[in-house]
Design a protein around this ligand. Structure first.
Ligand code: NAD
Length: 269
């Protein structure tokens, strides 16, 4: 998959200063796309992420630092990116987690999670998709979760945001289903629904499991996998990125409105 089939295309990947988003930004860059990197982090972390996307092969890469919890900041970022190079590919990957029972979930945490995990995707796609429709090619890939397909305790805003993201994606897929042609590639909107992926996001959950079994980090990982993921293997960001790349191909023009699990069998149970 190392051909430059995305040369001339521009991609925006939210939450691409670390984890899955960074892996996706690097893969799109290696396929020749210009990449708008978005995400939080220290100046060093952002500079490193940007350098790695350039080194992967992006003809151009820039960081747009909007805090996605702020709808006005998302609008400003989308206008800046449109002026730089309108996005053909939009990957909504930014996401945050907070685990607590509903009775103990702070209302402000609920609002923040919904804003970052769900409303930001509404704002980016409502602003990016008209241009995709007009050009006859567009790809929106929303990184949802198995928690967009099934629930777990103590994750009320996360699960609600991911179920919502899948619903939003299906509506957008229908609204743009007739845009473009087989030759131009059409405009598609899909969700990828990962199970456990090795990133910073799940470190607190690994640590909690490790503590529960009185073991080290590896014991915590085994315990997390044992509970829900039948393959007993974590996914890697690069594996999620390979699927994003395939969805960007013209031959994927008829795969739209789907929520694709990459979960080692979690949702097959
Ligand atoms: P991560 O913590 O490594 O990355 C999260 C990214 O989102 C970072 O770049 C961070 O800066 C960015 N971000 C967070 N808040 C932001 C804000 N307010 N504004 C702008 N950017 C913000 O986590 P990850 O595991 O790579 O998660 C990426 C996505 O994958 C999330 O949507 C997550 O829900 C989803 N996911 C992860 C797993 C997993 O096991 N790691 C499983 C299923 C789904």
């Amino acid at each position: 998959m190392s051909d430059r089939f995305l040369a001339g295309r521009t991609a925006l990947v939210t939450g691409s200063t670390s984890g899955i988003g960074l892996g996706i930004a690097q893969a799109l860059a290696a396929a020749g796309a210009r990449v708008a990197v978005n995400g939080l982090g220290s100046a060093d972390q952002i500079a490193q992420a940007l350098a790695s996307v350039q080194a992967a092969g992006a003809p151009e890469a820039r960081h747009f630092g909007a805090d996605l919890a702020d709808a006005a900041a998302v609008e400003t970022m989308m206008a800046q990116i449109a002026a730089w190079s309108p996005p053909d590919i939009l990957v909504n990957c930014a996401g945050v987690q907070h685990a607590a029972p509903i009775a103990d979930m702070p209302a402000a945490t609920w609002d923040k999670l919904i804003a970052i995990n769900l409303s930001a995707a509404f704002h980016t796609l409502r602003l990016a998709m008209p241009g995709m429709g007009a050009r006859g090619y567009g790809r929106v890939v929303n990184i949802a979760s198995v928690h967009g397909l099934v629930a777990s305790v103590n994750k009320s805003p996360y699960v609600a945001s991911k179920f919502g993201l899948i619903g939003l994606s299906k509506v957008a897929a229908l609204e743009y289903a007739t845009a473009g042609s087989r030759e131009s590639g059409g405009v598609t909107v899909n969700c990828i629904c990962p199970g456990w992926v090795e990133t910073a996001l799940i470190e607190p959950q690994i640590a909690a499991k490790a503590e529960g079994v009185g073991g080290d980090r590896d014991a915590g990982v085994r315990e997390l996998l044992r509970e829900k993921q039948p393959s007993q293997r974590m996914s890697l960001p690069a594996e999620i990125a390979s699927l994003v790349l395939w969805l960007c191909r013209n031959e994927a023009h008829n795969l739209t409105g789907a929520a694709i699990p990459v979960d080692g069998g979690w949702t097959a149970q």
